[in-house]
Design a protein around this ligand. Sequence first.
Ligand SMILES: [Zn+2]
Length: 180
Amino acid sequence: MTVRGRLVLYVGPMFAGKSAHLIAAAKRQTDVLALKPGFDTRDGSELVSRDGSHLAAVSANAWPEDADRYSHIVLDEGQFWVAPHYHGDIVEDIRAARARGADVTVGGLDTDYRRVPFDVMTRLMDEADEVIALTARCHVCGAPAAWTAKTHETGHLLETGDQELYEARCDAHWTLPDRP
Ligand SMILES: [Zn+2]
């Protein structure tokens, strides 16, 4: 009988080091498939963290057919693995991979810039063996920051960006973006 694989999540706001933790976790494994969302064209076929670590990754908009061959699957930007970007139900796909014995590690934002939970991440957290909540540093005061704030409203909920668009904020300094 196959032992069900573990699901470990790294969650938190932007700039919390989620990708760095994910890459470090992947590098502790020998037989690992790293996945990034197909529409996220930043950094080509690599996961890249802000501290400079990187890892070869496959861009996917559906569960890869050859994923069965790996004993560990790492998936970045978990909040983006939803329709219309992803074809299928990532929660079901991860469940099936774990049933085959694969360990799965996912990094992602637990909430969006409005502090509304990403449903897909909530569903994954419900089934995870371990959830590691990371914090960033507040852009205003330097205190631990659990929230992502958007510097200006663009009208898009799922949008990649960096410091030109997002900042980490503590509870006291988080705000909604100004209307354009
Ligand atoms: Zn603050």
